[in-house]
Design a protein around this ligand. Structure first.
Ligand SMILES: *Cc1c(COP(=O)(O)O)cnc(C)c1O
Length: 421
């Protein structure tokens, strides 16, 4: 299935927005975010307890979190400040899933105070939690790591999902789950959840159903072995998005149906037809509905052709650290032939600070606005201050077409705020 990757914003709109808010900034598409959240909900509407806990780390912004909460989502937090952020947004209690690892004591304290559902990453955290908050919550979840390799999906198109949980630092082993649930029960836990995150950015409609199969079978075993009352299965994140033109987009309706089939085959016959399905999607919820808008400052002609823009890897780290592909549109030149080969660079004193390498694009002129696609998740949030570069603003393109500043750009005062002279 081809994917033409048109930006969600036109040059005319960008001209108006950049008059109010100087580049660079991340721009988010409220309409796209809401419609996608509704599609997800619809895909799992067969499961009455279904809930998406948005992975806050993907896009930790109150405006985004509140609009997802309006769409029925809870928040998946993994740190103290993410918990505080959720609290400040008025999102608390069972609307928070706390999925962290290597967890400091103060984070368990706040999670418990907010009434969050705690998802333990390790067997030893059972005693640590008890010692920290003085009790074991009645409802608690454990993260499973089956080890080995995990594969899902058809290989012939090259979009088979493969990952190696055996090398990942997260979760309980299978025997530890049995021991852990028993121990938790002896300490007062009554209701359980099981969570696993086995592959990232998957482009296969088979990832969630295959993972669901693993978790559903594990749940049935735990129920039969030790009588654990399993209330929810958390499929976590990992559903991917098509960063490249031509990548196959996941079809969330097909994914939801695939999970339903596993549910009917495994849980229902075991008398577990009341288990709720949770997800903790980040990238799938926001990735395509954000872009980084940046202006061309310079062109440079040496051994290669360079386009220098006013954003840099401090605003979007994925290309520099993972070599990740982000599609680029020269705004207003959507229909112009891509007959120029450029490296598109930021200003960091790091040669990896390139948004694109050998990318075929239309002829670019100084002052052009570039749209760097799919930065809505793990974009702004991975930003940093290397080279003294400042984090950009975030702007929400609201459903009514007007832009709203949802985070101001950092100023030098912010940069200096933590320094002691
Ligand atoms: C990062 C993360 C997610 C979200 O992952 P995506 O790939 O963005 O869907 C969900 N759960 C946990 C525990 C995570 O660490």
């Amino acid at each position: 299935m081809s994917n033409m990757k048109q930006p969600f914003v036109t040059l005319e709109q960008l001209k108006a927005i950049t008059e109010q808010f100087p580049t660079p900034f991340h721009l988010y598409d409220e309409k796209g975010i809401r419609e996608n959240a509704r599609r997800l909900k619809e895909a799992f509407s067969w499961n009455p307890g279904f809930k998406e806990y948005f992975a806050v780390k993907a896009t930790p912004n109150p405006a985004i979190m509140k609009l997802l909460h309006e769409e029925g989502c809870g928040m998946d937090c993994s740190s103290l400040t993410e918990l505080m952020l959720s609290d400040k947004c008025g999102i608390r209690g069972s609307d928070i899933m706390f999925s962290s690892n290597d967890t400091p004591a103060e984070e368990f304290v706040l999670a418990a105070k907010l009434g969050a559902t705690i998802n333990l990453d390790d067997f030893t955290h059972i005693d640590f939690l008890k010692d920290t908050i003085g009790t074991i919550p009645e409802t608690i979840s454990c993260r499973f790591n089956p080890g080995g390799t995990f594969t899902a999906g058809a290989s012939k198109e090259g979009f088979q999902v493969m990952d190696t949980p055996g090398d990942s630092k997260y979760g309980f082993t299978r025997p530890q789950l049995t021991d852990g649930f028993q121990k938790l029960m002896s300490m007062g836990a009554k209701h359980f959840g099981i969570h696993a995150f086995l592959a990232s950015n998957t482009l296969s409609n088979d990832y969630y159903p295959t993972l669901a199969g693993v978790l559903f079978r594990t749940a049935v075993e735990l129920h039969q072995e030790i009588g654990a009352d399993i209330r929810f299965i958390n499929l976590s994140g990992g559903v991917g998005i098509p960063y490249r033109p031509g990548d196959p987009a996941n079809d969330i309706a097909v994914i939801g149906e695939g999970v339903r089939r596993q549910y009917e085959e495994i849980l229902v016959p075991a008398g577990m037809g009341d288990v709720a399905i949770y997800t903790e999607l980040g990238r799938f919820m926001l990735g395509p509905y954000g872009c980084l808008v940046t202006r061309v400052l310079h062109e440079k002609h040496i051994h290669k052709e360079y386009i220098g823009v006013d954003a840099c890897a401090a605003n979007l780290m994925r290309p520099a650290i993972y070599g990740a592909y982000h599609h680029i549109t020269v705004s207003g030149k959507e229909d112009v032939i891509c007959d120029h080969k450029y490296d598109v660079t930021g200003s960091l004193c790091e040669n990896s600070d390139k948004f694109a390498i050998d990318r075929m694009l239309p002829k670019i002129d100084i002052g052009d606005l570039l749209v760097i696609h799919d930065t809505g998740a793990h974009g702004f949030s991975m930003g940093y201050n290397y080279n003294g570069r400042l984090r950009s603003a975030e702007v929400l393109l609201q459903t009514d077409g007007t832009p709203r500043l949802i985070r101001r750009a950092e100023t030098p005062e912010d940069y200096f705020a933590t320094l002691l002279f």
